[in-house]
Design a protein around this ligand. Structure first.
Ligand code: IVH
Length: 708
């Protein structure tokens, strides 16, 4: 969309705000889709959000949130099914939307492998089936386990259900002793229609689409229900295997077909990106007549040895990508603009819409980003949407792709009422009346009320008890809101949670006698709170909800300082934003200046600090430890690569070293543990020799990490 704020134009504040909204929206979408089989947004919108999140993170790596959705796959398994830990993780795919992104995919791979532009490189191209992935484990040719993807590491055991699917063989002949076949469970259109007709006859709720129907049918606790549902399966990959299936992707898929699995007939070999794009067009043209849903085309490097060299990023393979079909738009009426106040005081305008279906999903709310966006300007004051502002009552276009939760993309001026007035963005906080200020260079207006603002205080508390933070059972968003307003047992800040029990003892009306509470739930709550008094350093830091300090950053910081006391001392030492403690903070890979300032600033702010100190007095903070990477001779070591590497590119060497738990640095210093020097190594090798640092050539390095 031309009027979307381009990622290059986002200010840091806008980016942070957007990443936050993206994290929330994607997490919700993940749960809705994977756990509850009831998606609230279309897949295209989901992919677009994910792509935008990645693009913003690439531009603002320091703003990457601890709860960043870029590293998540799916959602953790629901209760009810036994859990299965995947021996080989079930990964997700990176996405491409434009032809150029497909060309870049090829360029990236060539660069990583050190292949020239002309070197032959073959890919497979096949439809991306819109179902849910399933891993089938065969031992000695017998189907022993079937598991859903879950969060990629742990899935649900759906063996009994998978046995009822006709496409899935119960026995294989001539298969490797151990073979995990991976593929997609889906429902054909005709079967879906028939199922929904049956649902209607039985006065049961119809399924929204074939994917939901497939997911709901496979994840039935009663396998007899699965048996009544016509599920199908396409095999396209594998997990653990005791003997390689083939040397190429295509060969492996053919082998799976020979073993009796359905494989997709539209799988072809292509000799480069242009051929891939042609096949994409071909598949897109056939899409409507296939008889089952697909949402794009998947491209994979055909040579399995190259796939192995390319390996994975955190949750996606470097050797494959999904080229998705485009997203959708719809028009509807803007009923109202509400202002929400977040944990950090940001005032976010939300569009309340007349419900409208976009890509099969009903949309009621959409983001309006900030006041400039409503006024028709980007964060730099430049005109967007041809300068059209957005007014309550307008006929607006809702767009559900490259962004967070749905977005209002355009306005139809021909339908604007004569008496429509420009929206006046508040300059005071709608929740506490404090001034809402916009700092220079910040697109976001923020309430300056801090903890006196009930909205900020409550949002902070909600964050504090959230799953990645203190995760106190029985104390969720709803209860926090209740306690915040409670006259007798108020919880206004985190420390108050840990005095609840004592205070309740002194009160005349006991919590257990209140509506909605009883002896048991009160006892459970107090126990759950007691349990969390022992808390890991990283969780505590994340729970404080300091701006820019997400879960991942909290882990990095905790590992760096090890002990909470040492960390606090360093924050005090860094309060002038200079000196060794400041430098020490900035030396952490993943901590940038923006985050460091927010962190030091929070500890230096008297009121906030008093709250933290008060809280910590109730806690036992557990030290953070660096995880040991099993079998890795280089875990925790700092490695520098220099000179020409002949067996791999620098990117490949770095990725491999990092995967083995090493830190890869760009220059040699006293902290360097190992230098890997290829031909042409210059000053770095000299310096390493002077410092007495162990130096290996490429062969030596490969021998060292062999088998790790
Ligand atoms: S390959 C290492 N091929 O798309 C990744 N996935 O968005 C292996 N999917 O989790 C996946 N059709 O559930 C692959 N032809 C295909 C696919 C396909 C559908 C699904 C699969 C995967 C998801 C990623």
């Amino acid at each position: 969309m031309t009027d979307k704020i381009a990622v290059e134009k986002l200010s840091a504040a806008e980016a942070a705000g957007e990443l936050k909204r993206l994290a929330k929206a994607l997490t919700e979408a993940n749960l809705a889709y994977h756990r509850y089989d009831a998606p609230e947004i279309s897949d295209a919108a989901y992919d677009a959000m994910k792509a935008r999140n990645l693009a913003i993170e690439a531009r603002f790596p320091d703003l990457k949130r601890a709860d960043s959705p870029s590293g998540q796959i799916g959602a953790s398994p629901a209760e009810g099914f036994a859990k299965v830990i995947h021996r080989v993780r079930m990964l997700s795919l990176g996405n491409a939307f434009e032809a150029d992104e497909v060309r870049e995919f090829d360029t990236r791979i060539r660069r990583y492998l050190g292949l020239g532009d002309e070197a032959p490189l073959t890919y497979t191209a096949e439809p991306k089936i819109d179902g849910l992935s399933l891993s089938l484990r065969y031992e000695g040719g017998n189907l022993v386990r079937a598991a859903t993807r879950g969060d990629g590491e742990t899935g649900e055991n759906v063996t009994a259900n998978a046995r009822r699917v006709a496409d899935i063989p119960a026995r294989l002949n001539d298969a490797p002793e151990i073979l995990e076949v991976r593929g997609e469970i889906y429902m054909a259109h005709a079967d879906f229609e028939a199922l929904n007709a049956r649902q209607a006859e039985r006065r049961e709720k119809p399924f929204a689409n074939p994917r939901n129907a497939a997911a709901g049918s496979l994840r039935q606790l009663d396998a007899r229900v699965t048996a009544e549902r016509p599920l199908r399966f396409f095999a396209y990959g594998w997990g653990e295997v005791s003997a390689a299936l083939a040397e190429t992707q295509m060969g492996a898929v053919e082998r799976l077909a020979a073993l009796g699995f359905p494989t997709n007939p539209l799988t072809v070999l292509c000799d480069g990106p242009e051929a891939l794009l042609q096949h994409y067009d071909r598949i897109e043209q056939k899409r409507a007549t296939l008889g089952y849903d697909i949402d794009g085309v998947v491209y994979k490097v055909d040579d399995l040895a190259l796939q192995a060299r390319l390996g994975f990023r955190s949750t996606t393979p470097r050797w494959a990508i999904a080229h998705k079909f485009p997203a959708e738009l719809a028009w509807t009426r803007l009923e109202a603009i509400d202002i929400q106040v977040g944990r950090t005081g940001a005032l976010s305008p939300v569009a309340r819409l007349s419900p409208v279906t976009v890509g099969g999903v009903v949309v009621r709310n959409a983001t309006l980003h900030n006041e400039d966006y409503i006024a028709g300007r980007d964060s730099k004051g430049e005109v967007i949407r041809g300068g059209k502002d957005i007014r309550v009552g307008d006929w607006v276009q809702v767009y559900r792709a490259g962004d967070v939760i749905p977005k209002v993309a355009d306005v139809d001026l021909s339908k604007r009422a004569e008496d429509a007035v420009p929206f006046v963005f508040p300059t005071t906080c709608p929740e506490c009346g404090s001034e809402a200020v916009r700092e220079a260079g910040d697109a976001v207006r923020r309430c300056v009320g801090g903890l006196i603002c009930p909205a900020q205080a409550v949002e902070k508390l909600k964050h504090f008890v959230s799953r990645a933070a203190f995760d106190i059972e029985g104390l969720g968003a709803k209860q926090v809101e209740m306690f915040y307003k409670d006259d007798q047992l108020p919880v206004k800040q985190p420390a108050d949670i840990f005095t609840l029990k004592e205070r309740d003892k002194k009160n005349l009306t006991k919590l257990a006698n209140r509506e909605g509470w009883g002896e048991k739930s009160t006892k459970n709550l107090f126990e759950a709170i007691e349990e969390k008094k022992k808390i890991p350093f990283a969780r505590l830091l994340f729970a404080l909800g300091i701006r820019h300090v997400g879960e991942q950053a909290s882990t990095l910081i905790a590992r760096h300082y090890g002990r909470w006391q040492d960390f606090v001392a360093a924050m005090d030492g860094a309060c002038g934003f200079s000196g060794p403690d400041w430098d020490g903070l900035l030396s952490i890979d993943g901590v940038g200046e923006v985050m460091a300032r927010a962190l030091v600033g929070a500890f230096a702010e008297p009121q906030e600090r008093a709250g933290i100190d008060r809280l910590v007095r109730h806690l036992t903070v557990q030290d953070a430890v660096r995880p040991a990477t099993a079998n890795s001779p280089v875990a925790g070591k700092t490695v520098v690569f220099t000179g020409t590497l002949e067996r791999m590119t620098r990117a490949e060497a770095k990725a491999r070293a990092e995967a083995l738990g090493a830190k890869v640095a760009g220059s040699v210093s006293a902290k360097t543990d190992l230098l890997v020097a290829g031909p042409g190594a210059g000053s770095k090798a000299t310096k390493a020799a002077e410092l007495g640092i162990e130096t290996l050539d490429e062969e030596g390095w490969l021998r060292l990490i062999e088998g790790a």
